[in-house]
Design a protein. Structure first.
Length: 197
């Protein structure tokens, strides 16, 4: 049994697929606009796509990947233009689109799971008379985690600045990649450790 097969056996009922067409499609973003990236990323693909629905499913996936020493590439809506969503050495493509939903609304702050689209966040807060400060041009398909990890600004930046500017991102929760993954909440200047990373 290969390390990928052993990894998949540990996932239990966590949704995953090794279907070649699905894996190939999910292993791409919008990098083809660049002739240099088209050449550099040609044929790059994950071995398996995992679609977790909860933090516990993400933790189980990360633990298994660490145990089998498989690389992890996290993917949201796949709207990046620079190949950030392309696995360079096979392994797991962690598709966070299934880990979605608004968690809370308070004092002008919306908290959402990583796979929630920017558009869905805006729809959830609109009844309160709010809207997000900054929107990417891909607001209908971009996930909030992808926008934070790969974005820098967008519609609203003329008034509110870039995403990195204080007040635009209140906190980010990240999970470490180790034998026993930890959840870490970053606030203030520590957000810069993962913003646009």
């Amino acid at each position: 049994m290969t390390s990928v097969e052993s990894f998949c056996a540990e996932l239990g009922d966590i949704a995953h697929t090794a279907d070649p067409a699905t894996v190939r499609r999910k292993s791409r973003d919008q990098f083809t606009i660049s002739p240099l990236l088209r050449e550099a990323l040609a044929g790059k693909s994950a071995d398996v796509v995992v679609s977790p629905r909860s933090k516990e499913e993400i933790r189980t996936t990360v633990k298994a990947a660490v145990r089998h020493r498989l690389p992890i590439t996290v993917r949201g809506g796949g709207t990046a233009n620079y190949g950030q969503s392309v696995p360079l050495e096979g392994g797991i493509l962690l598709d966070i689109m299934t880990y979605k939903g608004v968690i809370s609304l308070r004092e002008g702050i919306v908290r959402a799971n990583a796979g929630t689209t920017v558009n869905d966040m805006d729809a959830a807060i609109r009844p309160k008379g709010w809207e997000l400060r900054i929107h990417p041009s891909t607001t209908e398909t971009a996930t909030i985690a992808g926008f934070i990890a790969g974005g820098s600004g967008g519609i609203g930046s003329a008034q509110w600045g870039m995403l990195r500017d204080r007040g635009n991102i209140a906190a980010v929760e990240v999970m470490s990649v180790e034998d026993e993954p930890k959840l870490i909440e970053l606030t203030g200047n520590d957000i810069e450790l993962v913003h646009h990373a």
